[in-house]
Design a binder for this molecule. Structure first.
Ligand SMILES: Cc1cc2nc3c(=O)[nH]c(=O)nc-3n(C[C@H](O)[C@H](O)[C@H](O)COP(=O)(O)OP(=O)(O)OC[C@H]3O[C@@H](n4cnc5c(N)ncnc54)[C@H](O)[C@@H]3O)c2cc1C
Length: 459
């Protein structure tokens, strides 16, 4: 087993990890601890993934704004740097074959890597939130605004309104307040009924009380500094002609309108399944998390595709701390470390605990049906400007699934390759046909997973 790996043109390595977030970093360190040669490919310029994005460059002031959870990312990044794994920044993986050959683009050159084992730790993407006015200038996702803050220390001038549901909504509102950004309101679609529905799952979640306490602290901090927080919001709509200027909604039985030049939307994250789908791995519809998840063994190995593992939020949403645990499990299992079974068993037990808390959060922050399957005049596919009404009309005309829909409307054929609409399209067709989403299926994903020019391909 060679220790150092020169990632020239065509290279063989024991284990290739795609993604250097908490999951990928833990997987690489675990595999290295078993003496395997490891290459980590990540499209970002530095390790950290979504949660710890840009941590190595973040000033103490920015770390202060982003909070202790963010600052805690320095340790796993240092561990990766010290592990002997070969970290390849700016490497956008655009194809992975079932024979475990990885094709990636770096500095405009196409490169290839063959691996004995592959661990996909490609994280999550934000769930689309199709609603009236969501395509207007001045409307972004909360995650996009947070990426600007983490990677470039850029904060919006404001005033800002945040709308939707889920932990990230409150976290970002709190981070923006700490950065001195005027936050006009946090408009939360979670209502009291959601709390009632989630109650039966609370006992199981209390074993991870720190996770829950963190959310309550964020809410208290926002209320404490006078930020308006509206709960149980519905009938959300962004107002504006050329650009967003306000958001309207109903809460507490009353109509509200909040002026804001920037409206940040967020209703949770879903696994980034493009690579596992392009590998033709089996996926199932997870109705608790309202998304497609790859079918895996408990170590993360894909069912029917030995040697390829998925870990982190890409295998189902579990949160940053648990992503590191599932990454370590996959790293140890992929390395075939015979001393690992006991440790893997203990790690699996802690993952089960976290999943119990996650089930509570999933039920509590379940996005509203109206914000998942929108009204006819709302654009669903932003790339090709296809509305929900067009999709419904074609379902009534006999269209049964998203791939047929793509052929009829180009929906999902644009630059984002369905990242912004695939979940919505499957849910909409299922609702219109009155069948389970599983029966409708998901968009077929093909390489390239990331844009690549013919010129780059020719290299
Ligand atoms: C925009 C956004 C912001 C978030 N912010 C927070 C937060 O502040 N706090 C929190 O607790 N949780 C946050 N989350 C949730 C986040 O999913 C988890 O906390 C955690 O980061 C997931 O870890 P992971 O290792 O699974 O993947 P990630 O941390 O997402 O890391 C995946 C890595 O894979 C890379 N990648 C993906 N596709 C490719 C490809 N084709 N080629 C090469 N590299 C690729 C990505 O660039 C990324 O660096 C955020 C999620 C999103 C989508």
């Amino acid at each position: 087993m060679n220790e150092r790996v020169d990632v020239g043109r065509d290279v063989e390595v024991d284990i290739a990890v795609v993604g250097a977030g908490p999951g990928g970093m833990a997987a690489a360190v675990a595999a290295r601890s078993a003496g395997r040669s490891v290459v980590v490919l990540d499209e970002q310029p530095r390790p950290g993934g979504q949660i710890y994005r840009g941590i190595e460059n973040a000033t103490p002031a920015l770390r202060g704004v982003l909070g202790t959870d963010y600052a805690a990312g320095a340790a796993p990044v240092d561990a990766l740097r010290a592990s002997g794994a070969h970290y390849v920044p700016g490497a956008a993986v655009w194809q992975i074959t079932r024979e475990r050959e990885l094709h990636y683009l770096q500095d405009g050159a196409a490169r290839r890597l063959r691996a004995g084992r592959v661990i996909l730790c490609m994280g999550a993407i934000e769930r689309p939130m199709p609603m009236p006015g969501w395509t207007l200038p001045g409307v972004m996702t909360a995650g996009a605004a947070q990426i600007l803050l983490k990677s470039s220390a850029v904060a919006p001038a404001g005033p800002v309104a945040l709308a939707g549901c889920g932990p990230l909504l409150y976290l970002l509102a709190w981070q923006l307040r700490r950065a001195g950004v005027p936050v006009r309101a946090v408009i939360d679609t979670t209502d009291w009924r959601a709390y009632a529905r989630a109650l039966p799952l609370l006992p199981g979640a209390l074993r991870e009380w720190r996770l829950l306490a963190k959310g309550m602290r964020l809410l208290a901090a926002l209320r404490g500094d006078g930020t308006a927080v509206y709960g149980g919001a519905q009938a959300l709509a962004v107002e504006g002609d050329e650009a967003a200027r306000a958001i309207r909604f109903i809460a507490g039985g009353r109509a509200h309108r909040v002026d804001a030049s920037l409206i940040l939307l967020h209703q949770g994250v879903v696994p980034n399944t493009h690579a596992s789908m392009a590998l033709r791995a089996a996926h199932r519809w997870d109705d608790a998390q309202l998304c497609w998840v790859p079918v895996t063994h408990e170590t993360g190995e894909l069912a029917g595709l030995p040697g390829v593992f998925v870990a982190g939020d890409g295998a189902g949403i579990i949160g940053a701390q648990a992503c590191a645990v599932s990454g370590r499990i996959a790293g140890l299992a992929a390395a075939g470390n015979h001393a690992a079974p006991a440790e893997i068993a203990a790690l699996l037990a802690s993952l089960r605990r976290t999943r119990a808390a996650r089930r509570y959060l999933d039920r509590l922050f379940r996005p509203l049906p109206s914000l998942r399957v929108p009204a006819d005049d709302v654009i669903v596919c932003r790339c090709e400007e296809v509305t929900a009404g067009e999709l419904r009309r074609l379902v009534r005309a006999g269209c049964e699934g998203p791939n047929q829909m793509k052929a009829f409307t180009r929906c999902g054929m644009g630059p984002c390759q369905g990242r912004q609409c695939a979940v919505t399209v499957s849910e909409l067709i299922a609702a219109e046909r009155g069948v389970p989403v599983e029966q409708v299926g998901h968009l077929r994903i093909r390489p390239p997973l990331k844009p690549i020019t013919l010129g780059e391909l020719a290299t």
